[in-house]
Design a protein around this ligand. Structure first.
Ligand code: AMP
Length: 418
């Protein structure tokens, strides 16, 4: 156990972490351009927040939460998703009293106790955005556009955006009744899970992965068929904005997101080439959530994108950039005096903003050069007895292979712009 990490978790090692930073930097950049600002909330919250904010009849709350009693005997849960925490922070810090809308984003780990497999982990990472206090359909389009823009900039231009409208609570009553009427004659054929969903939340039957339920649901009434005039107009306008932006989408009437609080626009982004766990992100509007968490009636919309699955997709397609994250310069010193000189040159190089390193193992000249090669540095600066005598250093271009002797005083100037 001492040297084994818990199932469903990962170590992100040097060499891998650069790809994470690349993806995270892209998220930060896109959010900045769209006017979203970062919010950081705790990794754990009071359990009630997720029970209320994610919804009692969801898989997350029913079976996936990491919940424990802390030493003060409070029930605490490691966050399984980001939205509930951002809603809590919005309310607790009275952000609703400031200028609206509030546009926020987060990047960080989430925790769900699920059966691990490729693309599904117990600790995974999401990049998410939330917009609170804006009802206009243009915001729905902006949020989806932001997600697609982010993927596009990473080189993923052909992911499929599926969209649907779940309507408002009034539409929900109509669809609920129609679904119950529709499934009543085949109730016995549904899986046990869906039999209990039938009374509680029949919409979730459309989301079931079992073959028989999927078959039975094919002809079922859909939310889009039950929209009230207002919701219909909202959804038409969202689609018009998407057309205006030139963002292709698939109208997916069967799309029902796993969380209870979604209203109006719901969407999911699929990557065809990462196997069973093909959803790389999803989101939607949740106009009832903030009120359900004890706040003033406030519209909200957001998404969460899974970073592991984005990384998997980029890997599969060979779209990960080659990132040289190590030092640019390696100082190769031979002899005690040269080591001392190098150590002080190292500090001056770093102060000038040059990423530099040197040998601390007492290696021979040859072994130091070999090590510099392994590090992948662009330059080696070689200082031996002869160079010391002449007040010079040997600057070797590791890529081109050539080397030239330059005065020691010029080495920082020569390397500064690399
Ligand atoms: P959700 O919060 O369930 O809507 O998930 C949003 C996105 O997070 C999904 O599309 C996945 O990309 C990612 N995701 C959700 N659960 C996991 C998990 N257990 N492991 C890895 N990624 C996940």
């Amino acid at each position: 156990m001492l040297t084994t990490r818990p199932r469903g978790t990962a170590d992100i090692l040097p060499g891998q972490v650069e790809h994470w930073q690349y993806i995270e930097d892209m998220a930060v950049r896109v959010c900045r351009e769209y006017g979203y600002r970062e919010i950081r909330t705790p990794i754990f919250e009071h359990t009630e927040l997720f029970v209320r904010g994610v919804g009692e009849s969801t898989d997350i709350v029913e079976k996936e939460m990491y919940t424990f009693q802390d030493r003060g005997e409070r029930s605490i849960t490691l966050r399984p998703e980001g939205t509930a925490s951002v809603v809590r922070a919005y309310l607790e810090n009275k952000l609703y009293a400031g200028p609206q809308p509030v546009k926020a984003y987060y990047i960080g780990p989430m925790f769900r106790y699920d059966r691990p497999q490729a693309g599904r982990y117990r600790q995974f990472h999401q990049f998410g955005v939330e917009v609170f206090g804006a009802q206009q359909p243009a915001v729905d389009a902006e949020v989806m556009a932001l997600a697609m823009d982010f993927y596009g900039r990473l080189g993923l231009n052909d992911l499929e955006l599926h969209i649907n409208s779940l309507g408002c609570p009034t539409c929900r009553i109509v669809v609920r009744e129609k679904l119950q009427q529709f499934f009543k004659p085949v109730l016995g054929e549904l899986c046990p899970n869906c039999q209990s969903r039938y009374a509680r939340n029949p919409l979730r039957i459309l989301d079931c992965k079992s073959t028989r339920c999927t078959e039975l649901a094919l002809e079922a009434p859909t939310t889009v068929d039950c929209l009230c005039p207002e919701c219909r107009t909202h959804f038409e306008q969202v689609q018009q904005y998407m057309l205006d932006l030139g963002i292709p989408y698939v109208l997916d009437k069967q799309l029902v997101r796993g969380l209870d609080y979604y209203t109006h626009t719901a969407f999911e982004i699929m990557s065809p080439d990462i196997g069973a766990q093909s959803s790389v992100g999803g989101g939607g509007r949740y106009n009832g959530l903030i009120e359900a968490c004890g706040g003033p009636p406030t519209p909200g919309i957001g998404f969460a994108l899974g970073l592991e699955r984005i990384l998997l997709t980029l890997q599969k397609r060979g779209k990960l950039p080659n990132i040289q994250a190590g030092p640019v310069v390696f100082l190769v010193a031979v002899g005690d005096r040269a080591v001392r000189e190098s150590f002080s040159l190292l500090a001056r190089l770093r102060a000038a903003g040059v990423a530099a390193d040197m040998d601390y193992q007492g290696r021979s000249l040859k072994a130091q050069m070999k090590y510099a090669g392994k590090l992948g540095v662009r330059y080696a600066v070689i200082i031996g007895e002869d160079e010391l005598k002449r007040g010079s250093v040997m600057l070797r271009d590791m890529d081109a292979g050539g080397q030239r002797e330059i005065p020691a005083g010029e080495v920082i100037g020569a390397l500064k712009d690399n």
